[in-house]
Design a protein around this ligand. Structure first.
Ligand code: GLN
Length: 267
């Protein structure tokens, strides 16, 4: 069995180590014996390339890069992205990427950048003199189906650890939040929401990168992709995640986030 990871604009959208998300999915799939191909979905890619992928990964970007990406992601390519997400292709989209999947992003300086309108959300940077949202981030996943499926995998409530660095503030429309903020600022520092979850697309402000710190999310993406592609239930063989889990606990302790259930995470 093979998984094709589509990586959105690797050179323009990989801030704060977000390429680690691609590497984590690639390695965790290979360690289970699956073949993996990483396909850059950049200016040289076609709509057919986008149609061919099984998982989509999009990282963060600075405002200038977001503008370049959105100029390229038009027409047949935009339609292919829309179809993929609407049809349930799993994906993880960080920071600048969800801003582009929403209706629009208004940078602190310059013109509004129209998004793909796949996620019912808007993002606005309140201006260059406003403080950026920077720091560690812990969230509890509350998006109902995802929370249930992750809980079934790890045997406890899913909490995600990450790091945020964004000027834009995101307001959700009808789309479900990915989670609620336990530590940090999240979508806008006001309503306690973090990220969004739509079909099988995970949108988040968490860099870090997200997946090495929360490897069970990578497994959920792999499992969901294989199920959709091969139309059968897939159970992934367990891996030894002791170090990742210890890293998470160290972070919870450092941030004084008291999550009693976290200790029960299987390693
Ligand atoms: N340009 C966006 C913002 O500042 C996204 C930044 C990022 O992806 N880290 O809100």
């Amino acid at each position: 069995m093979e998984i094709i990871i589509g990586w959105l604009y690797p050179k323009l959208m990989s801030t704060y180590g977000d390429r680690g998300n691609v590497i984590t999915i690639e390695k965790r799939a290979q360690w289970r014996g699956y073949d993996v191909k990483v396909l850059p979905l950049d200016q040289n890619a076609t709509a057919d390339d986008i149609k061919s992928v099984d998982i989509i990964v999009g990282g963060g970007a600075q405002d200038r890069q977001q503008e370049i990406v959105m100029r390229d992601l038009q027409g047949a390519k935009a339609d292919a992205m829309r179809d993929k997400i609407e049809n349930g292709t799993p994906g993880v989209f960080t920071c600048g990427s969800p801003q582009l999947l929403g209706h629009y992003y208004e940078p602190g300086f310059g013109q509004r950048i129209e998004g793909l309108g796949i996620l019912d959300l808007v993002s606005i940077h309140p201006g260059e003199n406003t403080k950026r949202c920077i720091g560690n981030l812990v969230i509890e996943v509350t998006a109902s189906r995802l929370a249930q499926e992750l809980e079934a995998m790890i045997g406890t409530k899913p909490y995600l650890v990450g790091f945020e660095n964004h000027g834009g503030r995101t307001k959700l429309g009808k789309v479900e939040a990915l989670g609620k903020v336990v530590y940090g600022l999240g979508n806008n520092g006001e309503d306690g929401t973090e990220g969004a979850f739509y079909k099988n697309a995970i949108a988040t402000y968490s860099h870090g990168p997200l997946l090495p710190k929360n490897p069970f999310v990578a497994d959920w993406l792999i499992q969901t992709a294989l199920k959709l592609k091969y139309q059968q239930e897939i159970t992934l063989t367990p891996l030894n995640d002791t170090l990742a889990m210890q890293g998470r606990e160290a972070m919870f302790n450092r941030l004084k986030v008291n999550l009693p259930t976290v200790a029960k995470l299987k390693v």
